[in-house]
Design a protein around this ligand. Structure first.
Ligand SMILES: [Fe+2]
Ligand SMILES: [Fe+2]
Length: 189
């Protein structure tokens, strides 16, 4: 977080790959912590979010390298990444803050940088900004539950769009509101 120091679409994509990998790895750890603290259903949401961020990373990776990221690429990128795990309440606050930053600043700036030089990346930055905004709203809902000492209901379904990382709790829409992917392809957590 902090100052965005990126001057072209390639740098923006590489920064995004690393940021999404960090979010992916963080949310997997946050899921374990939520389970330890007696929030197994919030842990399910963290796992869905972790998968959403992995999808973002893979999409940015294809745009950057022109091919799929390999396990070795991911291992190398993960070397510089450190994950901090706190209480579930604090982890939700961290997630909320980061998703909000990505929604309102980071990916909007990266979209602006790419609009002329890389229109394909521009569209993905815009879609990803929207998905992160949805993630922020989910964090804010979960945070209110945890403040009351409550877990998400076990019966609450969690669905992930496998294309853009959109997540919905409860009922699936007929198609993804961000990327139009049909609901039958959504992944349930
Ligand atoms: Fe996110
Ligand atoms: Fe989608």
């Amino acid at each position: 977080m902090g100052q965005i120091q990126v001057s072209n679409d390639k740098e923006a994509l590489l920064t995004s790959i690393k940021g999404e990998l960090k979010a992916h790895l963080s949310y997997l750890e946050f899921a374990k912590k939520a389970e330890d603290e007696g929030f197994p259903n919030i842990a399910r949401v963290f796992r869905a979010l972790a998968e959403a961020e992995r999808i973002h990373m893979m999409t940015f990776g294809r745009l950057y390298f022109g091919r799929n990221l390999t396990d070795d690429d991911i291992k190398n990128l993960a070397k510089d990444i450190t994950i901090e795990v706190h209480s579930t309440k604090e982890n939700l606050e961290t997630g909320l803050k980061n998703e909000n930053y990505e929604n309102t600043e980071l990916y909007q700036t990266f979209a602006d940088i790419s609009i002329k030089s890389n229109p394909g990346a521009y569209i993905i930055f815009k879609q990803t900004a929207n998905a992160e905004g949805i993630h922020r709203d989910i964090f804010s809902y979960l945070l209110e539950l945890v403040k009351k000492g409550q877990d998400l209901k076990a019966s609450e379904k969690i669905f992930l769009c496998p294309v853009c990382g959109y997540i919905v709790l409860g009922k699936k829409p007929a198609k993804c509101p961000i990327c139009n992917e049909p609901e039958e392809n959504f992944i349930e957590f």
